[in-house]
Ligand binder design. Structure first.
Ligand code: G6P
Length: 605
């Protein structure tokens, strides 16, 4: 979703802004723009890729500017709607949604301001300008403006003849960079690694003023505050493509090391310890009588797998809710519930709001399971577990998902132990299986050549069905999501037992049916479901285990994963589905890392 980069420095900051936008491209966008001060304002905007903006800005030199990639919310993707938006000599970039923009727009129109875009952001530019008429200083005017905004925003503002950048955040990410030659701001650290590793994370409601050599921050009450300086541990290489053609491919193949890094803390452990989840975890987890998992997208699917694990291992009830539904529905709160928010980015607006909603209902045992330290969801929760997948750039989530699963299994086993449900032999067995997981995933990646051949047969299809049972049903959901996200083939997933209650009507020779068939207790049931498909002329693509008794026959294609992996089998079985969608997308020639209409980090509702 929208990306912001801002810089004020001794050096020419135009290349810094453009490189920063390149690093934020993964968030998803449809247009881009910059505003530069010299000391008067130059604004350049373009629809499409940052590369186009880069050629427009090539000849520019400036020491002070703001830049933006826009993911359309209010108004179609077009140059007139692209940020920055201006009001006289003032320019603003914004990430988020201003919910009361219509009311503010009416007020500003009545005051004589003329709007040249359909965006909510232009309201912010005019409102700051208007506020300055009574509140002369830019910083004060931005602060006063934020008091009138309802919704989510991260903004950066510059004005002609003023040597500052003023930024503010509420409900959308923004961090500051402290460099040798200047001060910077961006939506995430990857955009600023080119100039500094020293980062300051702004808190909700903060407004900050950046000059070449200083930063001043006030909190939501206009009290001057110091925010801690963090050294980013993100490696610049981690966001480089290296030898890979796409980030998604790189991230699929990074899964063994991402899992190894995430599971490093249990390397020499003899038991599952609640301390893995934070200092207060022994007490907060021990008192949990049920678990409520909140998440969106792929993270929601990780939660669905975890429900099977938590109920089976720990014997406590677990529900999993789509965050955007939970936050608005009337539900029955239980104070002894452990609320688990799963989010790769830690910034997903609905997931964050759902945690706040749970807390407002008295559920204070909150655990963030995130991939980004210091993200909003991590800061909102009492407990945290950080997956160590490294930056995930491809919109279609892969390594974040498998590392979430590893972390959720740790949680399930830890809860089981606390409930007295885990025998010593099971504990040792689970620890061994977790330690071997990176190698097991590595072995599955070796199936790529076979999957590439299958992908050819999917590329001319318009629909596909994915079937799974038990804790592989969420893996079917995830496989279907991956395929539709990046290849634009309509795909649906069903619990295989549901097939005859509707989707079987769709099955014919044009409907590939992908089936996850591990060698578990449900295999025989699943085989009956597969016969139902074969009998209707459906083409079956079965991911079985080495020892599953599923045979190749006309219309039934079988690929075997190297070994059956028991409860952790979903971590292995999702990998070939990731590879399948990746290779189908390659054949179809879609934009794998930046699929149309989608964003990586969904910071608006
Ligand atoms: C977007 C991304 C998905 C992701 C979902 C939830 O839709 O494209 O890949 O699963 O958001 O994101 P989160 O960062 O909260 O896991």
């Amino acid at each position: 979703m929208c990306g912001i980069v801002a810089a004020v420095a001794e050096r020419n900051i135009v290349p810094v802004l453009i490189e920063g936008l390149r690093k934020l491209e993964y968030r998803g966008y449809d247009s881009a723009g910059v505003a530069l001060l010299n000391p008067t304002l130059t604004r350049l905007r373009s629809v499409g890729r940052v590369a186009e903006l880069a050629s427009l800005a090539e000849a520019q030199v400036a020491h002070h500017g703001i830049a933006h990639t826009r993911w359309a919310t209010h108004g179609v993707p077009s140059e007139r709607n692209a940020h920055p938006h201006v009001s006289e000599g003032l320019a603003v970039v914004h990430n988020g949604i201003i919910e009361n923009y219509a009311e503010l727009k009416a007020e500003l129109t009545a005051a004589g301001y003329v709007f040249t875009s359909d965006t909510d952001t232009e309201v912010v530019a005019h409102l700051i300008q208007h506020t300055q008429k009574t509140n002369n200083d830019l910083f004060d005017a931005v602060f006063a403006t934020t008091q009138r905004l309802i919704g989510a925003y991260a903004i950066a503002v510059i004005q002609e003849w003023d040597d500052r950048i003023v930024v503010a955040r509420q409900g959308a990410p923004l961090l500051l960079g402290v460099g040798e030659e200047g001060r910077y701001a961006a939506s995430d650290a990857s955009a600023l690694l080119q100039v500094t590793r020293q980062m300051i994370y702004l808190e909700e409601g903060d407004v900050a003023e950046l000059k070449r050599g200083s930063v001043r921050i006030v909190d939501r009450n206009h009290v001057a505050v110091e925010r801690a300086l963090h050294e980013s541990s993100l490696s610049a290489d981690a966001v480089e493509l290296g030898e890979y053609a796409h980030y998604m491919q790189k991230e699929i193949f990074e899964q063994p090391q991402a899992l190894a890094a995430t599971l490093e803390m249990i390397g020499g452990a003899q038991s599952f310890s609640p301390n893995l989840f934070g200092t207060d975890a022994p007490e907060l987890l021990a008192g949990a009588k049920s678990v409520l998992i909140l998440a969106c997208g792929t993270s929601f699917h990780a939660g669905l797998v975890a429900r099977y694990w938590i109920e089976q291992l720990a014997g406590i009830p677990c529900s999993v809710e789509i965050a955007s539904e939970y936050r608005y529905r009337v539900s029955v709160p239980h104070p002894d519930t452990l609320v688990v928010a799963i989010s790769q980015s830690g910034e997903t607006a609905d997931t964050l709001a759902s945690v706040k909603h749970a807390k407002a209902q008295g559920m204070m045992r909150t655990l963030a399971l995130c991939n980004v330290p210091e993200s909003a969801i991590v800061r909102e929760c009492a407990l945290r577990f950080l997956t160590r997948a490294g930056p995930e750039i491809g919109v279609a989530s892969t390594k974040a998902f498998t590392t979430q699963l590893a972390a959720l299994f740790l949680l399930a086993a830890t809860l089981a132990k606390q409930q007295g449900h885990l025998s010593a032999s099971d504990e040792a067995e689970h620890l061994t299986a977790l330690r071997h997981l990176p190698v097991a995933v590595q072995n599955v990646l070796a199936l790529e050549d076979d999957i590439r051949a299958w992908a050819q047969r999917f590329s001319d299809k318009h629909h596909a069905l994915f079937l799974g049972r038990g804790h592989h049903f969420p893996i079917a959901l995830e496989g279907a999501l991956k395929l539709k996200e990046i290849s634009y083939i309509h795909a649906e997933a069903y619990a295989a037992g549901e097939l005859k209650h509707g989707p079987l009507a769709l099955v014919d020779e044009d409907m590939p049916v992908v089936s996850i068939a591990p060698n578990d207790a449900l295999l025989e049931k699943l085989k009956s479901n597969l016969k139902e498909v074969a009998a209707r002329g459906g083409e079956l693509y079965v991911f079985a285990d080495a020892d599953s008794h599923v045979d190749e026959e006309p219309g039934v294609h079988v690929l075997r994963l190297p070994e059956h992996y028991g409860l952790l089998s979903p971590v292995l079985h999702v990998v070939p589905l990731q590879l399948l969608s990746y290779h189908v997308a390659l054949v179809k020639g879609t934009d794998v890392d930046k699929p149309r209409n989608l964003a990586k980090s969904v910071t608006v509702e």
